[in-house]
Design a protein around this ligand. Structure first.
Ligand SMILES: [Zn+2]
Length: 207
């Protein structure tokens, strides 16, 4: 049996895995291991640079995505004007100042005008922005603005609660290594009733 000819997209995938591109991060990581005083040739560390590269590429895979390919056309016209809330979206991100994890939960809500998003797409949107070098404040507003741009709702609210290992592990603010950020647009900013409804649904205090 002859091998199937790879399709164009398979070819592109194969081409991105060139040895050059693939080894670049791991080569630097091997040097970093040396610089912190370890022996990169020690048994337990021998494959660490490659593992690190693989992990880092996954944790920053949001750079290879954009709002349009994440939503993939999943916006629907409906006659629905009640609040849509997706609570407790788990995310893991990397702080851009220390490249250490910050992670927690995002709560996203919007008040549709005449369009809604596929519910699973909201979690994917959160993950796309999380899998980059981030600060929590920017990530919060990026999620809100992306939704505003794509479906022009009456308003959007995003609240993110996260723990920052760069604070907790380094002993800075050990007790208070968590932060809450919010972005309120449109009705969520101007209409107290809308904002309070959102806050009550996600169990938040009035902020
Ligand atoms: Zn940090």
């Amino acid at each position: 049996m002859s091998k199937p000819t790879p399709t164009k997209s398979e070819e592109i995938l194969l081409n991105t895995e060139t040895p050059y591109d693939d080894k670049r991060i791991s080569c630097h990581m091997r040097e970093i291991i040396r610089l912190v005083g370890e022996d990169p040739g020690r048994e337990g560390l021998r494959k660490t640079p490659e593992r690190f590269e693989k992990a880092l590429k996954f944790l920053t895979s949001g750079y290879n995505q954009n709002v349009d390919n994440v939503l993939n056309g999943a916006t629907f016209s409906v006659a629905y004007d009640e609040m849509v809330v997706v609570k407790d979206i788990e995310f893991f991100s990397l702080c851009e100042h220390h490249v250490l994890p910050f992670f927690g939960k995002a709560h996203v809500a919007y008040l549709p005008t005449n369009k809604v998003l596929g519910l699973s797409k909201i979690a994917r949107l959160v993950n796309m922005f999380a899998r980059r070098l981030q600060i929590q404040e920017r990530m919060t507003s990026q999620i809100a603005k992306a939704i505003e741009e794509k479906i022009a709702p009456q308003g959007v609210g995003v609240i993110i609660e996260a723990r920052h290992l760069c604070m907790q592990m380094r002993g800075v603010e050990k007790q208070h290594g968590s932060a809450v950020t919010s972005a309120m647009l449109g009705a969520f900013r101007h209409n107290k009733q809308t904002r309070d409804e959102f806050l009550a649904l996600v169990g938040g205090k009035n902020r």
